[in-house]
Write a protein that binds this ligand. Structure first.
Ligand SMILES: Cc1cc2nc3c(=O)[nH]c(=O)nc-3n(C[C@H](O)[C@H](O)[C@H](O)COP(=O)(O)OP(=O)(O)OC[C@H]3O[C@@H](n4cnc5c(N)ncnc54)[C@H](O)[C@@H]3O)c2cc1C
Length: 394
């Protein structure tokens, strides 16, 4: 039986534990601004873009104008927002589509961040302001066809030749690859793995789109090829060596994913909740049946847990106390939450659920990439297991 004796306002369906009340003024303001922009600019076009397998490039200047590219970087023309704000940006963008969030994640966390964290002062001044303004687009080349989960086995090499490096090899499954002006490329050298800023015009560097994807169709995914590409030593990221470099970037991006997928889950939940109220079966709305209510209640419970996990992760990051294994647990938990909710929402829509006119199938298919990229679910479970036991089981 319900208990209605308290004076508290009823919880909001999309934010059952009033997590927004834990946000400060700036965080609320950014949430409202990005949410409005997504409703105005992404929602009306995204189903068509997904169907046409088209990344809506025309949105890049607007993302830049709102200060969302590299928004949690200090200086160099970046907005310098806190990490919770960055998380909220990811959440709201992914409520629109994971493809838009992926673009912003790659630009900020995987390209601007390595330049900011590992680059020389000249490199930061040369690239970061133009990347924040959306004038220079970046991509991040780590994965190779021979195995993304084991990046240390990479075959791409960089060999020193006077003042230059000669790059040979290829990268696969690279977001933004063919729209990028620069690629952060990780290659094996005599001194271990090093990062390079490879510019689109450099001779021997080519990119090609991977087509026929059934996931993240509103995002560009490419292959990169390096055939004796001559890269000046001034384009080497001087301040990092070894796997620590790319893994440090991935921690930033995975942090954003842990937030972003909440947006996918919320979009699916909101749509299916409304649908269940108007879909009449057996002379009553679907929402009036016990099983459907249990499923909706369970979605709301899982979204709430994901919200609280992401927020605490963000607060730890803002305090400088976030550990990468906590990011792994959050990415694992929140993506699993979102993909299960998207699949359940798709089912609750019945046949209509297979149409792109309803958002769950699009989010569900996108999440098949999100659960794989930036460390698969298994890899994140193994990271947490290693942290708990001290034994590396990879
Ligand atoms: C749409 C999309 C965009 C992407 N964007 C980028 C990008 O911008 N830059 C980039 O560098 N990469 C990118 N990736 C690549 C992505 O990061 C890799 O696909 C991911 O790391 C997994 O690597 P893999 O595909 O080679 O799978 P594999 O490593 O071959 O894994 C296959 C399976 O084996 C499991 N597995 C692996 N190791 C173990 C183990 N030790 N024990 C048990 N199970 C294990 C995995 O969990 C998985 O289920 C993208 C991928 C996609 C789909």
């Amino acid at each position: 039986m319900s208990n209605s004796s308290t004076a508290a306002a009823p919880p909001k369906s999309g934010d059952f534990f009033d997590v927004s009340s834990l946000l400060d003024e700036d965080e609320v303001a950014i949430q409202e601004a990005v949410s409005r922009w997504v409703d105005d600019r992404v929602t009306p076009i995204i189903a068509d873009a997904f169907e046409e397998e088209r990344f809506p490039r025309e949105l890049i200047p607007e993302l830049a104008e709102m200060g969302l590219l590299g928004c949690n970087i200090e200086g160099y023309g970046c907005a310098g927002l806190n990490h919770v704000c960055y998380g909220i940006v990811c959440q709201e963008l992914e409520r629109g589509d994971a493809g838009i969030r992926s673009f912003v994640s790659v630009q900020g966390s995987l390209c601007m961040y390595p330049i900011y964290a590992y680059g020389s002062e000249d490199q930061k001044e040369q690239w970061l302001p133009r990347m924040a303004a959306g004038e220079v687009i970046g991509c991040f080349g780590l994965t190779e066809t021979d195995g993304g989960s084991d990046p240390g086995a990479m075959k791409t090499t960089a060999t020193r030749d006077g003042d230059d490096w000669i790059l040979n090899g290829s990268k696969a499954w690279i977001t933004n690859g063919t729209v990028a002006d620069i690629a952060i490329v990780w290659a094996m050298t005599d001194d271990g793995i090093r990062g390079f800023i490879v510019e689109k015009e450099m001779a021997g560097f080519t990119a090609r789109d991977i087509e026929h994807k059934f996931s993240l169709r509103a995002s560009i995914t490419s292959e990169l090829f390096f055939d004796n590409v001559r890269v000046p030593n001034t384009n080497l990221l001087p301040n990092v060596k070894g796997l620590r470099g790319p893994l440090g970037c991935l921690t930033q991006a995975r942090y954003g994913i842990a937030w972003g997928v909440i947006g996918s889950a919320q979009a699916c939940f909101d749509e299916v909740l409304e649908y269940s109220k108007v879909r009449i079966l057996f002379d009553r709305p679907l929402s009036h049946t016990q099983t459907v209510q249990r499923r909706l209640a369970d979605m709301s419970r899982r979204i709430t847990l994901a919200q609280l996990l992401a927020l605490q992760l963000g607060r730890l990051k803002d305090q400088g106390n976030m550990h990468h294994s906590q990011v792994s647990m959050a990415k694992w938990n929140n993506v699993r939450t979102a993909i299960d909710i998207a699949r359940d929402a798709r089912d609750l829509l019945g046949a209509s659920g297979i149409s792109v006119e309803f958002c769950p199938i699009r989010h569900m298919l996108n999440l098949e990439s999100v659960i794989t990229y930036e460390g698969t679910e298994t890899i994140h479970e193994l990271v947490v297991g290693r942290e708990l036991t001290g034994a590396n089981a990879f």
